[in-house]
Design a protein around this ligand. Structure first.
Ligand code: MV4
Length: 600
């Protein structure tokens, strides 16, 4: 067994891994970015090393520096957690070459599953059912039209080969939508994965996201730990997960069937460690979607119902030890639910809500588990993933677990920032949840939210206009970039109502979401609607701009927020440059009227 392991991650998953290492009698090495000096994972580890600046590229994605720390610390293995370098085949290979064990599958498995067309090809050959469609890339819209007419039919899903997790995913309901969807998927693939290759799948109109946890060792043992239902998502971000999946429970023999599919899939790529087969379940049929070659955020619900420590098994497997459980020893007991406690405001289109936590008290009591990466006084940085904690509960059945989750959510006290706690309470108290209803797009089209008193329409007295606007963002989640389009009532970023006054005035809040509205209190100052970092500056001092022109992009919670001119005029002051940290309300630019006003 290893004596010392480096944890190449931060937040709750770094702490989760450090705990497993401690129980295995292995020393832990934490790494951190400049802004994570005081983070919990740094304090929790046996040793800690600074990687570099605040951005992921300078720190948690900095391969050269990580390998330097591996050598300095004498760690024999690296655990990547999820996100960052977890599914980076060149990093896994660099570890192998440096003589350090990468705690995960062989680089070849990461690579094979990274290409979604290759993954489909491999699975098809292994007899694993895939969603009907192509395993070869489809080069042109004309080719797509021909293949759809001959084999797939409409509606059809067009997906980027380099994608996954919903990135580069478009749907064409009929032929008239095909060209736009095809080009959209290709463009997104090119932009985010430098790969415009797309493939086609039959679009399943009402599926559930059902995924299977697998474990494999270097001795040929491959087992599954049952499934999770992760159908409650927003913009392909999972929000609530549970195990077992109600739809799988309902059909005799179904768990064995999809478990077999999952272990066949893992065997097909000589998998080692903890991994997940993601699939779609519809009308009693199960189809492979993709494989995640890492430990997942939601692994905890499986741990609660099986009693198997997935992180420890992954570490053991990497060290060459056999799995400590056999398939016949795995039994699912009771029901577990996980809610992701993100620093987001659900009532404002899930606007990011970074900031400093004040008072903080986690729920406890029977059947409650909290995996958190932050404590009282901790800061949720706009630089990283907005997940503050995962709240997981276990009870004897789904109804009891739901009651327990509602109780635990009620006990959770987080002051100082907005979180998804109220959103989770509304969902779990709803009849739709009780019925186990399919929730595809529930949050996107806001039908559900409306019925849950979560209508994101502005509250009375709010000066936000009530019209629906389209807001586009780029979001980075787990090291991958996502294009996000939010359609709904506008919001002005972080904490609009509480934005501090600038020069004794309420700051003008001008983001894309407000274009078309008459704007704030006027004045010349364009203030930042949120705390964040200047990602881009698109104007120069002295430049004349029109109202609505793009002035800067502020990165907050890994979202790029486009800040537009609140009025037409000349850029008189521009006290920002790329990389600057700005507070909510800070002056980004001063825009003077184009012609000198009388008395000026
Ligand atoms: C699909 C689909 C329907 N048909 N593929 C892709 C990424 C993951 N976030 C879900 N994805 C989907 N892929 C085909 N061929 C529908 C989804 C989907 C979904 C599926 C189950 C439950 C919730 C969902 C939310 C969004 C998209």
């Amino acid at each position: 067994m290893f004596e010392k392991v480096l944890v190449a991650n931060r937040g709750e998953i770094a702490i989760r891994i450090i705990r497993a290492l401690e129980e295995l009698g292995i020393a832990s090495v934490a790494v951190y970015s400049e802004i994570d000096r005081d983070a919990l994972h740094v304090r929790r580890a046996d040793e800690a090393y600074l990687l570099g600046g605040p951005t992921a590229a300078e720190s948690y994605l900095n391969v050269e520096r990580l390998l330097e720390v591996v050598a300095q610390s004498g760690a024999q293995a690296v655990h990547p957690g999820y996100g960052f370098l977890a599914e980076n085949a060149p990093f896994a290979r660099a570890c192998e070459e440096a003589g350090v064990v990468f705690i995960g599958p062989p680089a070849s498995a990461i690579e094979a599953m990274g290409s979604k067309t290759r993954a489909r090809e491999i699975m098809k050959a292994a007899g694993v059912p895939i969603v009907p469609g192509t395993t070869e890339p489809v080069a042109t819209v004309e080719d797509a039209r021909r293949i759809i007419d001959a084999e797939i039919g409409y509606p059809v899903a067009i997906k980027a080969a380099g994608g996954g997790g919903g990135k580069g995913f478009r749907v064409a309901m009929d032929e008239s939508e095909l060209e736009k969807a095809f080009e959209g998927a290709a463009r997104e693939g090119e932009k985010f994965f430098s790969d415009a290759t797309v493939y086609l799948e039959r679009y399943l109109p009402d599926p559930r996201h059902v995924e299977v946890q697998v474990l494999a060792d270097r001795h040929g043992n491959v087992i599954h730990l049952g499934e999770r239902d992760c159908s409650i998502q927003r913009r392909h971000q999972k929000l609530i997960e549970e195990s077992p999946a109600p739809v799988v429970d309902a059909v005799e023999g179904m768990r064995e069937r999809i478990g077999r599919i999952a272990t066949d899939a893992a065997r097909a790529v000589d998998y080692v460690g903890a991994g997940t087969i993601e699939g779609l379940w519809q009308d009693g049929e199960y189809y492979f979607l993709e494989m995640n070659t890492r430990v997942q955020v939601e692994h905890c619900v499986t741990e609660m119902v099986t009693g198997v420590d997935i992180v420890k098994e992954g570490i053991r497997a990497a060290a060459g030890e056999p799995l400590s459980v056999r398939q016949e020893d795995v039994a699912l007991r009771g029901h577990a639910i996980e809610c992701r406690i993100n620093a987001e405001d659900a009532s404002k289109n899930f606007a990011p809500a970074p900031g400093r936590i004040g008072a903080y008290k986690e729920p406890s009591g029977p059947g409650v588990r909290v995996d958190s990466g932050i404590g009282p006084g901790g800061e949720v940085s706009p630089m990283y993933d907005p997940m503050v904690a995962k709240l997981i509960v276990w009870d004897t059945d789904r109804e009891q677990a739901t009651r327990r989750m509602l109780r635990a959510l009620g006990e959770y006290e987080i002051e100082g920032l907005k979180t998804l706690i109220p959103f989770h309470r509304a969902i779990l108290a709803s009849e739709q949840w009780a019925r186990g209803e399919t929730c595809r797009d529930l949050i996107e089209d806001r039908r559900w939210l409306k019925t849950l008193a979560f209508d994101p329409a502005p509250a009375a007295g709010d000066d936000e206009p009530a019209e629906t606007v389209e807001q586009a963002y780029t979001v980075e989640v787990s090291g991958k970039r996502f294009d996000v389009k939010v359609i709904g009532p506008p919001f002005a970023g972080g904490a609009p109502a509480a934005a501090p006054a600038v020069n004794g005035r309420r700051p003008a809040r001008s983001t894309r979401s407000r274009s078309g509205s008459s704007g704030g209190a006027g004045g010349d100052t364009l203030a930042s609607p949120m705390q964040g970092n200047v990602f881009k500056v698109l104007v120069e001092p002295g430049q004349t701009v029109e109202e609505g022109a793009l002035v800067a992009i502020i990165e907050a919670m890994k979202m790029e927020n486009e800040i537009t001119a609140h009025k037409s005029g000349v850029i008189a002051e521009l006290p920002i440059k790329v990389g600057d940290a700005v507070a909510s309300g800070a002056t980004l630019a001063v825009i003077k009227d184009p012609e000198p006003a009388a008395g000026d």
